[in-house]
Design a protein around this ligand. Structure first.
Ligand SMILES: [Zn+2]
Length: 497
């Protein structure tokens, strides 16, 4: 009797353990504290110098990811013949000198005017005033062969942001109508001129995928306290006396490539394998900067975003052993910290049609202040919500939605580059309940290092990510935006629902 009941228990245990050896055990088997420590230890080490783009540290991080792909049999993505998708960027260092001269009056570069678009050089020409420089204004003013002077904006939209957005179109229009330069006069109480000049002084990164506008066309914004000069300029009719001399110097443009690291593992279902779930994180951080109180200058970015990169590397290892029905597309983005440039580039230049990607499961982090939680930006915005709730619960965590909507964090990470295209795309973050001092203590600080992190929690967090991914990628039913979401219509358009 005793024997029998023991046997019974054993059989019951076996069948129970067989059930439990489902997805959760597969995740547990392929992840460990040591694996997480090894990825984090390397990625957030001082040796990588904060993983800034176009630095040896940033390149070493990309190579590390690539070698992990190779080790686990990850293939190139369709349409690619490398793990690296090179993002073409240019670093623009603004001019440091120049002048606009009219008779005995002179405006100074950086103080009275800035370069919006154009190049170093010096030239002279007749100028003509043309209202707001809109099409009708330009036609009336007869701008051919002349420097056009006009007010910023269109006369209706009074926001500096709106003026900024309109500027390239106005430049193109003036150029098309034969003008040789465009000077826009900036007068706006909402944002004083000194903010515009301050903003224009730092160097910035931008995509370098346009044909170079080697046309010598100068586009400037100016502002001056000199009322007399302003009046003279506004009377300009392109006559002989209306001459401006413009010079600009010191502009530097440095072009370089920086890689998104991309690879796939094929799904196990003959039909569903043509659909892809993205597992993504940015691997770059802000590099070396201002020293903190201890004199530390290396911004290690353990939270932001060595842990996210570790999550995706863990997904690589896990899905290489236990594939899902759908295929897995791994993307480690570059240049997130420079304005989501890596993910925007991928969405703009996808190697295969975006509509084959049914979900983008992104990880990014500012920090955490509650180790009982996982905070998912967009948890309730896609129909995959229950998968994340269940997966987190399996590891003793609770998934919650965005606790700080005022920070607009959903639209501030790489997931948004895909959401805008219609692909359901949340960001899976470590638990936090508010953007409080505990977050600011490490957020973009030199002390964002692994020593201050709770690795028991990190293991549960990474496991929750993998299990959520399994549930989503194995679900016969495709996840989608919940009805009424801001990106719902974009999704309808992308997938042709
Ligand atoms: Zn980040």
């Amino acid at each position: 009797m005793k024997k029998l009941s023991l046997l019974f228990c054993f059989v019951a245990f076996l069948s129970f353990s067989h059930k439990a050896q489902s997805d959760q055990e597969k995740v547990e088997e392929t992840t460990s504290d040591a694996l997480i420590r090894s990825h984090m230890g390397f990625l957030a080490s001082d040796a990588l110098m904060g993983r800034d783009v176009n630095t040896d540290g940033g390149r070493a991080a990309a190579e590390y990811i690539k070698s992990h792909f190779v080790r686990h049999g990850v293939k190139h993505a369709p349409g690619m013949d490398s793990y690296f998708q090179n993002v073409k960027l240019k670093k623009v260092t603004p001019p440091d000198g120049g002048a606009i001269v009219h008779k005995d009056k002179s405006l100074e570069y950086g103080k009275d005017f800035i370069l919006m678009d154009g190049d170093n050089g010096e030239f002279e020409g007749r100028f003509v005033f043309a209202g707001h420089g809109m099409e009708e204004d330009l036609k009336k003013a007869k701008v051919k062969g002349k420097i056009v002077v006009a007010f910023c904006g269109d006369g209706e939209d009074e926001s500096p942001q709106g003026w900024f957005t309109m500027a390239p179109d106005k430049r193109a229009m003036a150029k098309e109508m034969g003008a040789i330069a465009l000077i826009e006069i900036y007068q706006n109480v909402r944002m004083p001129w000194k903010f515009i000049t301050a903003y224009s002084q730092g160097s910035r990164l931008a995509f370098d995928d346009q044909e170079k506008s080697d046309d010598g066309f100068q586009h400037l914004w100016m502002s001056t306290e000199d009322k007399e000069l302003l009046q003279t300029i506004q009377k300009g009719k392109g006559k002989k006396k209306d001459i401006l001399n413009i010079s600009v110097s010191g502009l530097e443009i440095e072009s370089f490539d920086t890689p998104n690291v991309v690879g796939v593992l094929e799904g196990s279902d003959p039909k569903l394998k043509d659909e892809y779930v993205i597992y993504s994180a940015h691997y770059d951080h802000v590099g070396v900067g201002r020293p903190d109180a201890e004199g530390d200058t290396i911004y290690n970015g353990a939270r932001d975003n060595a842990i996210g990169t570790t999550g995706v590397l863990s997904a690589v290892e896990h899905f290489s052993k236990y594939p899902t029905k759908r295929s897995a597309l791994f993307i480690l983005f570059t240049a997130e910290e420079k304005g989501l440039l890596g993910s925007k580039w991928f969405a703009k230049h996808p190697p295969f049609p975006l509509k084959q990607i049914i979900y983008c499961f992104n990880i990014d982090n500012a920090g955490y202040n509650d180790t009982s939680l996982v905070t998912v930006f967009g948890l309730g915005r896609t129909t995959a919500e229950r998968h994340m709730l269940d997966a987190c619960k399996a590891f003793g965590l609770r998934a919650i939605d965005d606790p700080a909507p005022e920070q607009n964090l959903f639209d501030r990470s790489d997931n948004v580059s895909f959401a805008e295209k219609g692909i359901p795309a949340p960001t899976f973050s470590m638990g936090f309940t508010a953007f409080d001092d505990e977050i600011y203590k490490y957020y973009h600080q030199a002390n964002d290092e692994i020593d201050s992190m709770d690795f028991d929690y990190l293991l549960k967090y990474v496991r929750s990510f993998l299990l959520s991914g399994r549930f989503i990628a194995n679900d016969e039913k495709k996840p989608f935006w919940t009805e009424g979401d801001k990106y719902y219509e974009a999704g309808v358009e992308l997938y042709g629902k």
